[in-house]
Design a protein around this ligand. Structure first.
Ligand SMILES: C[S@@+](CC[C@H](N)C(=O)[O-])C[C@H]1O[C@@H](n2cnc3c(N)ncnc32)[C@H](O)[C@@H]1O
Length: 274
């Protein structure tokens, strides 16, 4: 589609550079244009808006995901200037705001994996829950109770809205605040399963995750790993986890979740505490 849309406007090489550089989320397209093409961003935005019939807006991502809220700066290239849209995944509906709260469609497979691991009756603490993607997909499938914590009030407001949008067999509670503090105040020792999807800072929060878990609770610990060879990443993630955890744990598995840069990966370690 991109090839056809951009023929005559971009060279073959430039079109190749654009592969994998954009996401469509509901009716919004987000472009991460390589430096070589930044001068052509408006043209690319307009071509995409014209060709992708389901898109109403095209934004250029002008900063990486950053800060406590893990948000990004967006610049409108074409179409409507609105950053909220509806997104559907695994039979659930979500209102997301692509600028005010973290959201990535690239975690879809991981969300399904976690929902399948959760058992009916479990209490899950999603320490960095965002707009509720993992929590709601899990509670749609399983009769579980999920505490979805996020420090960004926009994320927890959207999570609240998303809970009401979906028919769930389980229950999700959206909580605004710092995960460490919320766990200390009201969630210590109750989690069968703890999700830690803040890979840049997981190490800082590992003690809180352990505090939140029951004696034999399971922790899904996410981290970033540099690896020259892709097949060594899961081993490196596991080794790092075992090196930093201060209590006894058995690693149930570890794997790459997604690539996040050249020879740089997001990985997950699933571990059971003793
Ligand atoms: C990488 S995002 C993951 C969001 C969500 N799990 C998802 O996949 O859509 C990390 C989230 O952690 C939140 N966050 C950062 N520091 C936090 C803290 N100390 N306590 C709770 N949430 C925090 C951010 O606002 C952000 O929404």
């Amino acid at each position: 589609m991109l090839k056809e849309a951009a023929t005559g406007i971009l060279s073959k090489r430039e079109i190749e550079d654009l592969y994998g550089a954009f996401d469509q989320i509901g009716d919004i397209i987000i472009l991460r244009i390589p430096d070589s093409l930044v001068s052509k961003k408006e043209i690319i935005g307009n071509v995409l808006l014209e060709k992708v019939k389901t898109a109403k807006s095209v934004f250029y991502q002008s900063s990486p995901v950053s800060g406590d809220f893990r948000t990004r700066k967006l610049e409108l290239l074409a179409g409507e200037d609105k950053t909220e849209t509806e997104y559907k995944e695994h039979g659930c509906r979500f209102i997301v705001d692509v600028e005010k709260a973290f959201f990535s469609p690239r975690l879809s497979t991981e969300r399904d994996r976690i929902a399948n691991l959760i058992q009916d009756g479990e209490t899950v603490i999603n320490m960095f829950g965002g707009v509720g993607m993992f929590s709601i997909i899990a509670a749609k499938k399983k009769k579980c109770v999920v505490y979805n914590i996020d420090i960004n009030p926009n994320a927890s407001r959207l999570c609240e809205q998303n809970i009401n949008l979906n028919k769930l067999v389980g229950k999700v509670e959206s909580i605004t605040g710092d995960a460490t503090k919320i766990i200390e105040d009201r969630l210590a020792g109750i989690g069968d399963r703890i999700l830690m999807l803040l890979p840049e800072r997981s190490d800082e929060f590992l003690d809180s995750a352990i505090k939140a878990a029951k004696k034999n609770g399971i922790i899904h610990y996410y981290c970033h790993v540099h690896g020259d060879k892709k097949n060594e990443v899961s081993r490196l993630a596991k080794e790092h986890f075992l090196e930093i955890i201060k209590t006894k744990a058995e690693v149930l598995g570890s794997k790459i979740v997604r690539p996040v840069g050249p020879r740089f990966y997001q990985a997950v370690v699933d571990a059971k505490l003793f």
